[in-house]
Design a binder for this molecule. Structure first.
Ligand code: NAD
Length: 368
C-alpha cells in the first residue's frame, strides 16, 4: 500500500502485517545508505523495530555489502551501489544516512529532492556550507530532515534533564565537562581536520543545549595534537563558553587519551544554586546544600547532604531506537521532532565557531 503523507507531501510506501485491520501497524519502509561501521547499529535497530522495515540498502564497498548480507540475512538484490540506483528500483518512505560526514549533503539533497524524509547520522555535515545547503533544501521542500543526536536519549541524560527541569537545584552557575577516550578507529576520523570537535564533541554541544536550554554568546577555545596522536587533525581541546543564561561551561577533552577514560557521555559537574549535580560513569548523582551552617577551621559554610544517586527514569525507547520511533511518528503522524536539521544547525554552529576561535586565537562573540 502507498499513500501521500499529508505532512511531508511525500508518497510513502507502507507495508502492513497480516493481522486484523484494527490491529494493523503501518510499517514505514526505509533505505539505509552505508551499512558498515555505525551502519551495524542501524541495521539492528531497524530489524528490531515494529514500525520501520527495510525497502533497500546502499553500500559502495562490495566486500562490506556481501559481509553484511550474510551476517544479517539481507536480500543482496536490494543492496544498491548508489542512492540513484536504489530510488529507481524501490520507493521508500524514508532514508537513513549512515555514511561518513562528507557524504551527508549529497545523500540528504538527493533524498529531499525526491520528496523523501531523511534521518541522518550526526554531524549534519563536516562543514557549515554543506549543512546550510541541507537546511535550505529541507526548508524549500518542507520535507522532514532529522539528525541522530542519540546522546540526548539515554537513561542518564533523560534523568539529568528531568532533575534540571524540576527546578529543585535552582539556577545553574557553571558546568565543567571532561571527556577523555583513546579509540583507534582508523578511517575518515584519522584524516579529518578537528576530528574530536567535529565528529565527537558535537554530541556534547548538543547535550549542553538540551540540558541548559540556552545558546552560547561567547566561545573561546584552543586545540592541539599531543605528540603521540594517531590523528592528522587536532585531537585535544579546551573550550570555554558563556551562555545567554549567564552560565559558564568549561570543556576539556581528548580523543587520544592515554588512560583513565571517561564514559562516551563524559563527566559533567553542574554547580547549581542549591547544590551540585554530577553526571559520571553514566549515572546521575546529586548533593543538596542545606540551610544549616557548620564551622570548619575558622570559617563557616553550608552543610551538604550526602551525595545520592538519582533514581533513573524509565524509558520505552532509548538512543537510536528512540530516534527511529520519533522519525516514524513524525513521518506518519506529523508529530514534531526535536533534532530536526533546523535545530541541529545550532549545535553544529557551535562546532564551527569553536574552530574559528582555534584558528584566530580570539573569542567568538555571537548574537542569539
Ligand atoms: N551517533 C553515534 O553515536 C555515532 C557513532 C559512530 C558513528 N556515527 C556517525 O555515523 C556516520 C558513519 O560513521 P562510521 O563510523 O559508520 O563510518 P565508516 O567509514 O566506518 O562506515 C561508513 C559506511 O558507509 C559506506 N559508505 C561511504 N560512503 C558511502 C556512500 N556515498 N554511499 C553508500 N555507502 C557509503 C562505507 O563503505 C561504510 O560501509 C558518521 O557520520 C559518524 O559520525 C555516529
Amino acid at each position: 500500500m502507498s499513500s501521500d503523507c499529508a505532512v511531508t507531501g511525500c508518497r510513502l510506501s507502507f507495508w502492513y502485517p497480516k493481522k486484523g485491520w484494527e490491529d494493523t501497524v503501518f510499517m514505514l519502509r526505509v533505505i539505509q545508505v552505508g551499512i558498515g561501521g555505525m551502519g551495524n547499529t542501524w541495521l539492528k535497530t531497524v530489524l528490531a523495530s515494529k514500525e520501520v522495515a527495510f525497502a533497500g540498502f546502499v553500500e559502495i564497498n562490495p566486500a562490506i555489502a556481501a559481509q553484511q548480507a550474510r551476517q544479517y540475512g539481507l536480500d543482496q538484490s536490494l543492496i544498491f551501489d548508489s542512492l540513484d540506483q536504489a530510488l529507481t528500483a524501490v520507493r521508500p518512505g524514508g532514508v537513513i544516512d549512515v555514511t561518513p560526514p562528507r557524504f551527508h549533503k549529497e545523500v540528504s539533497l538527493r533524498a529531499l529532492d525526491a520528496g523523501i524524509p531523511v534521518l541522518s547520522e550526526k554531524p549534519l555535515s563536516d562543514n557549515m556550507a554543506d549543512a546550510q545547503a541541507i537546511v535550505q533544501k529541507a526548508n524549500e521542500t518542507g520535507i522532514l530532515h532529522m539528525v541522530t543526536q542519540n546522546y540526548r536519549y539515554s537513561v542518564p541524560a533523560q534523568t539529568l534533564k528531568r532533575l534540571l527541569q524540576s527546578g529543585e537545584m535552582g539556577r545553574v552557575g557553571s558546568v565543567t565537562v571532561e571527556f577523555f577516550k583513546g579509540p583507534h578507529f582508523g578511517g575518515f576520523r584519522d584524516e579529518m581536520a578537528y576530528p574530536l570537535i567535529i565528529d565527537m564533541s558535537i554530541h556534547h554541544w548538543d547535550m549542553m543545549r538540551f540540558f541548559l536550554e540556552s545558546e552560547p554568546v561567547v566561545i573561546y577555545g584552543q586545540s592541539w595534537n599531543p605528540p603521540w596522536s594517531w590523528y592528522r587533525g587536532d585531537a585535544s581541546a579546551s573550550v570555554t563558553l558563556e551562555l545567554a543564561s549567564g552560565a559558564r561551561v568549561a570543556y576539556n577533552a581528548s580523543w587520544c587519551s592515554s588512560g583513565h577514560e571517561t564514559s562516551w557521555n563524559g563527566t559533567w559537574r553542574f554547580e547549581c544554586e542549591n547544590g551540585i549535580i554530577l553526571f559520571e560513569n553514566d549515572q546521575v548523582y546529586v548533593q543538596h546544600k542545606t540551610a544549616e551552617h557548620e564551622s570548619r577551621g575558622g570559617f563557616w559554610q553550608y552543610r551538604n547532604d550526602e551525595m545520592a544517586l538519582v533514581e533513573p527514569v524509565q524509558l520505552e525507547y532509548t538512543a537510536q531506537g528512540y530516534l527511529l520511533h520519533e522519525f516514524y511518528e513524525a513521518v506518519t503522524l506529523g508529530k514534531p521532532a526535536a533534532t530536526t536539521c533546523q535545530d541541529n544547525i545550532k549545535s553544529l554552529g557551535i562546532v564551527f565557531d569553536i574552530i574559528q576561535s582555534f584558528k584566530t586565537g580570539s573569542p567568538v562573540r555571537r548574537s542569539v
